[in-house]
Ligand binder design. Structure first.
Ligand code: DAH
Length: 355
């Protein structure tokens, strides 16, 4: 009995000191191995007599269990602390500093096209598109501009083949032809997009943007054209009053044809639309020529209507105070940051239409 108590106390105190795994296993072997102190005590049981034997063996079992529990919890403790130590030492830093977040801006031309599209869609125009590479027929012939017509020279066309069959469209007017060839009247469309002419200075770029308008029905007249353009200009420039004048002009695809000027003045270096006595040309228009309607198999005895072509870049420059057209297409981020639009900043006359 005495032996047992001694062993117990001695080993509890040993197990409670700071040990590594090897040392704990050694203590375990000392106690419970083949010739371990506890194992040897079990061998003694046979020689103990009477009631003492039961008492002794129960005592021995308790001590054995107690020490074994202590050993196991010690091993467990050491293993966990080893793992934690390893985790600390071998820690890999998987965090990464966030990349700088650059928010894009909407180009003033895209913004202007969106605004124009939403203004016209309010009064029932739908939006059409056509390809930048056109054929000669859609761009000229079908628009009543036959070969050798002087209007062809005025367009400084980029031809794409020697036979002059394929070209970069010089205006958005061929979308009129594509739409009318494809569908049946009535037509009420606008067609914004890129156009090309071999021309470059402060107010001309070889690539620029137009928006075409076309309204064909049974009784559409010039009064409707005037009302539509009046509404558009007021909405676009966000003014209640505008000065607008129709100047007689010539386009092969309209008869009569007109160019439209709007009145403006400059105050403190800023353009004010709708006041003053200066005039600025912003678009060409007219009543669609019967020959154009015939070319697309629409009966000019039954249908008539108007068309117009507006220079988008010019409108954007006017509205947003940009004075060099070439800057639009130089892809200078500093310029775009300054003049571009925040995609989340909805302009006042924006009606939620997106191209
Ligand atoms: N296509 C013409 C141009 O680029 C603009 C134009 C004028 C379009 C009159 C039209 C129109 O639809 O009716 O100069």
């Amino acid at each position: 009995m005495l032996d047992l108590k001694k062993i117990r106390e001695e080993y509890i105190s040993k197990l409670n000191s700071k040990l590594n795994l090897l040392q704990v296993n050694q203590l375990k072997a000392d106690l419970l191995g083949k010739n371990g102190l506890i194992s040897n005590q079990f061998k003694k049981i046979g020689s103990i007599k009477g009631s003492e034997r039961k008492k002794y063996s129960s005592e021995l079992n308790n001590i054995k269990d107690e020490l074994l529990d202590l050993i196991n919890s010690k091993i467990n403790e050491i293993e966990i602390s080893d793992i934690n130590e390893k985790l600390q030492k071998e820690k890999v830093d998987i965090t990464l500093p966030e990349r700088p977040f650059l928010r894009g801006k909407i180009h003033p031309v895209s913004q202007t096209i969106d605004e124009i599209s939403s203004i016209f869609s309010e009064i029932g125009f739908s939006v059409e598109e056509g390809p930048d590479v056109e054929n000669e027929y859609n761009n000229f012939t079908a628009l009543n501009t036959p070969e050798h017509h002087p209007a062809r020279d005025m367009h400084d066309t980029f031809y794409l083949d020697e036979k002059k069959q394929k070209l970069l469209r010089t205006h958005t007017s061929p979308v009129q032809i594509r739409t009318m060839l494809r569908d049946k009247p009535p037509f009420k469309i606008i067609a914004p997009g890129r156009t090309y002419r071999s021309d470059s200075d402060q107010t001309h770029a070889p690539m620029f943007h137009q928006v075409e308008g076309l309204y064909i029905d049974k009784d559409i007249n010039m009064g409707h054209l005037k009302g539509c353009l009046n509404y558009f200009i007021k909405e676009f420039f966000e003014v209640n009053k505008i000065k607008m004048r129709f100047r007689p002009s010539h386009f092969p695809f309209t008869e009569p044809s007109a160019e439209v000027d709007i009145g403006y003045k400059i105050k403190d270096g800023k353009i004010i639309i709708g006041e003053g006595d200066k005039w600025l040309e912003i678009l060409g228009c007219g009543m669609v020529h019967p020959n154009v309607l015939k070319n697309v198999k629409v009966d000019p005895e039954k249908f008539q209507g108007y068309a117009f072509g507006i220079g988008i870049d010019r409108l954007a420059m006017l509205k947003y105070g940009i004075n060099d057209l070439r800057a639009f297409f130089e892809c200078d981020y500093r310029w775009l940051n300054h003049f571009g639009f925040d995609p989340l900043d909805v302009p006042t006359n924006y009606r939620g239409l997106s191209r």
